[in-house]
Design a protein around this ligand. Sequence first.
Ligand code: ATP
Ligand code: MG
Length: 333
Amino acid sequence: MTLLDVDDLTVRYDTEDGPLHSVNGVSFTIDDGVNYALSGESASGKSTIAKAILGLLPEHAVVESGDIAFEGRDIRAMTPGERQDLRWEEIAFIPQTAIDALDPTLTVGGQIRQAVQTHRTVSEESARRRARELFETVGLNPERTEDYPHQFSDGMRQRVVIAMALALDPKLIIADEPTTGLDVVVQDEIIDNILKIQEETDSSLLLITHDLSVIAETCEEMSVLYGGTVMEQGRIQNLLLNPSNPYTMGLRNAYPSLGGDSEGALVSVPGEPPSLESKPTGCVFESRCPFATDACSESVPDLDELPYRNHRVACHHVEQSKRMRSEAADPAT
Ligand code: ATP
Ligand code: MG
């Protein structure tokens, strides 16, 4: 069954310097029980997509198009109140900056209790118990539920936010770069925690990260974004073994081992990200693509299905992807 369906999402920010076309016609589907990743370099539109799903975009963002359905219910048609309920009870959000999710004036346990008691009829005592349980689940000392956010380190605060997000057994967890900025050991622990909880609660995961090795460990399907556009999507295995878009090939090649090696976590394909000032009129990756031809600047490639199941690619030269793969892997030949 489809849990989340995002169809043709286009988001623009109206800034002082003019419009910024941050997300352009993005579609993807997360089935029940699937862990899904959104990847791509900085400014590719990942957080904007998450915020659009959750109805958390700022005022100057304009959703130009897009249907977003959660279990068949149209999220965009919901009232703010309905969306608020959905956000706590069915979709948990672990934002990119954990500190933003916490109220500095309340103890962290107090915040968890507040969330639980707003959405469930439970006694103070059982809300307290729930907060302590959640602390244990994310590897925090349950004795510390009465501490304030500033008393925790960055890594611990991230765990607190995860505990909070899980307070109501959500069906979908959206985690936006949950480990960025933390040291590698803590990163691994946090990912392990999310996976453990997610298995216990039988929820799905939408993981936003630029780290392909984390994705390979945790997710089954993914979309690769560039300049607010899906370049390639499908099962992780297919994408990593047979990347068919030159951008994905570049990403993939930055991970020679795709093992636990954290080096190369900051992926780089040479060149600058695209300007988002006007809507793309050709392939957004054209200026950086070693295989680009005139066709690439003339029209936007569709996201087409490859002949095997569940693998879609936006590239005008996809029929040459086998040759491109070998050239991308070994530029000397
Ligand atoms: P990162 O990996 O750095 O978190 P991202 O893929 O999450 O990047 P977004 O934060 O969605 O990217 O940003 C996409 C584009 O939209 C960027 O060019 C960014 O500068 C712009 N943008 C994001 N938020 C806003 C905002 N609130 N106002 C104006 N522009 C924004
Ligand atoms: Mg982001």
